[in-house]
Design a protein. Structure first.
Length: 442
């Protein structure tokens, strides 16, 4: 007997993914090998503890899988320690706090509105509630130029003044490379732990298309499902520098993950992570990582030529951040996201560094190239996608987010109705559908 209700939704989701372009930079396509292991017999096992130190019997095969995953992670990222058990990126980051800080300690991270992550100390996150969070931002000037956007003098001032125990470097919406060395020099002045969250760029680092933080930081966290193209999971790595600062840091990380935050690991995910790490160590993955960056640059060029303003003047990684204020006014991200979704170009609304609206009605959009690159798309296809984005954005020229909050819901409903009936939207959707079917998903 089959649950047709859920199976039908799976078919609909497959159709959506095949007939559209996934441009959300934190999403990708796991390989067939990764997905098969996710639904393997490992899904049935419970394995609280660590290899050779379990609280349950029957873990001899699980132990081998986890040890393989650990060794592959250590080799790929050139670190002496790895924990592959975190359920996802946010729990992995919270484990770092548990291992290095006490509640109430001062911590520092990149502000959410400046492209940082919730778990880097944002006030609604547990990391901003249980720790004294100091947030740093980006430069006030030159954010649309191709340059490093961090104000290191201001960051250093905040660090010297507040003496944080833990500092985060890494982001969810930053389109340029990170200068980990400069962050390390600042952190070392006050003896702070420096943790690099490479969730977005892990695949680029593994493929040699982005600088590695490993020589400069104490701890590295990453998800495994973005540019690394694995299952939805996470890892915590400790560097030589981290073990030099605290020889017990690896043990503290292990204890923070289990029993500090989690119970039994998801053994099927651990096995799939091991396969993803194997795939990322192959020569073809280096070409893939390089093509992601090439595609980001090509897509950036297309959008800039179409009159859009890009944070950082373009992209040096997998991600683009567009400020729509100059063409559609404050809070326009929601219109662009909804209209582009209608034609099969999936991205997300996002705040921008000089945001004049709110996180729920932000003025920007965030998009990227990992998933489209996995499908085999290259620079030529990025120009096509960029042209379609510009075409849709121009259709939105008469819409503006109402200043009064109480007017917004009805206005957006009206907008959606009008867009869904727009003949140009229907035409572009069909163009996208025919275009994407030439590029199969794994």
């Amino acid at each position: 007997m089959k649950d047709t209700q859920i199976y039908n939704l799976v078919k609909k989701e497959e159709k959506r993914q095949r007939e559209g372009v996934e441009l959300i930079p934190s999403e990708n396509y796991a390989s067939d090998h990764v997905r098969k292991v996710l639904s393997s017999y490992f899904v049935n096992k419970y394995s609280e503890g660590y290899p050779k130190k379990r609280y349950y019997g029957g873990n001899e095969n699980v132990d081998s899988v986890e040890l393989i995953a650990i060794e592959r992670a250590k080799k790929l990222f050139r670190v002496p320690f790895a924990n592959v058990q975190p359920y996802s990126g946010s729990p992995a980051n919270l484990a770092v706090y548990l291992a290095t800080c006490k509640p109430g300690d001062v911590i520092m991270g990149q502000a959410l509105v400046a492209g940082g992550h919730l778990t880097h100390g944002h006030n609604v996150s547990a990391t901003g509630i249980f720790y004294k969070s100091i947030q740093y931002g980006l430069k006030k000037e030159g954010v649309y130029e191709n340059q490093d956007l961090f104000d290191y003098e201001e960051i250093r001032r905040l660090v010297i003044e507040n003496k944080p125990k833990l500092i985060w470097v890494g982001a969810t919406a930053y389109p340029l490379k990170f200068d980990y060395k400069k962050f390390a020099e600042i952190a070392d002045e006050v003896g702070a732990y420096l943790a690099a969250d490479i969730a977005h760029v892990a695949g680029l680092i593994a493929g040699g298309s982005h600088p590695s933080p490993v020589p400069y930081v104490h701890i590295v966290t990453t998800t495994t499902h973005k540019t690394l193209r694995g299952p939805r999971g996470a890892m915590i790595l400790v560097t030589e520098k981290g073990l030099k600062k605290d020889p017990d840091l690896g043990d503290k990380i292990n204890k923070a993950v289990f029993p500090g935050l989690q119970g039994g690991p998801h053994d099927n995910t651990t096995a799939a992570i091991a396969i993803a790490l194997y795939e990322a160590s192959q020569p073809a993955f280096k070409k893939y990582a390089a093509q992601i960056v090439k595609n980001s640059r090509a897509l950036s060029d297309a959008l800039i030529k179409g009159g859009l303003k890009l944070i950082g003047g373009g992209s040096e990684n997998h991600l683009l951040l567009v400020n729509l204020t100059n063409v559609l006014g404050p809070g326009a991200g929601i219109f662009a996201q909804k209209a582009l979704d209608m034609v099969g170009l999936t991205l997300n609304k996002n705040t921008v560094p000089d945001e004049t609206s709110s996180p729920f009605y932000p003025s920007g959009i965030r998009l990227g190239t990992p998933a489209s690159t996995t499908r085999g798309m290259k620079e030529k296809e990025m120009k096509f996608i960029g042209a379609r984005i510009i075409e849709v954005v121009k259709l939105l020229s008469s819409y503006r987010l109402p200043e009064k909050r109480e007017d917004r819901k009805a206005y957006i409903v009206k907008f959606e109705k009008e867009m869904s009936g727009n003949q140009k939207i229907k035409r572009i959707k069909e163009e996208i559908r025919k275009f994407t079917l030439r590029f199969p998903i794994p």
